[in-house]
Design a protein around this ligand. Structure first.
Ligand SMILES: [Zn+2]
Length: 131
């Protein structure tokens, strides 16, 4: 597919086709697909908002049902980070398994402390897939 990817050393964006990360010089091909998912999920625990946010965006674009729970947990762990919460809702709306996607959005709709995030989850559940 040749998509842009995130560097797993520094979480900068690596343009499609680049062999090394322009920010830190790590080799882009050093990471297998499975590694990639695992490391992004791990980055959801990162103390820096910035790094977490990049992982949230990257996982959201991948839309893998396997990582949906980790995204929900991340949203609930940082209840005051509304920007991250909204990005997670956007990502979950793209989960390729509709049943899984609806389940996790329902959790955020009911349990996220921020009204804005609950609203966004409710909105996504109504079926609009305006990506
Ligand atoms: Zn890098």
């Amino acid at each position: 597919m040749g998509n842009d990817a995130y560097c797993l050393s520094c979480f900068s964006l690596i343009p499609a086709g680049a062999e090394v990360c322009p920010a830190c010089g790590a080799r882009a091909d050093a990471f297998s697909a499975l590694d990639y998912r695992e490391k992004l999920v791990h980055a959801l625990l990162h103390p820096l908002d910035d790094v977490r946010m990049r992982a949230i965006i990257a996982l959201g674009l991948r839309g893998e049902p396997e990582t949906a729970d980790a995204l929900v947990e991340c949203a609930l762990r940082h209840p005051t980070d509304v920007v991250a919460g909204l990005e997670i809702v956007r990502g979950l709306a793209r989960v390729k398994d509709i049943g899984v996607g609806r389940d996790v959005l329902a959790v955020l709709k009911e349990r996220h402390p921020a009204h804005t995030v609950r609203e966004a989850a409710a909105h996504a559940l109504q079926g609009e897939t305006d990506a």
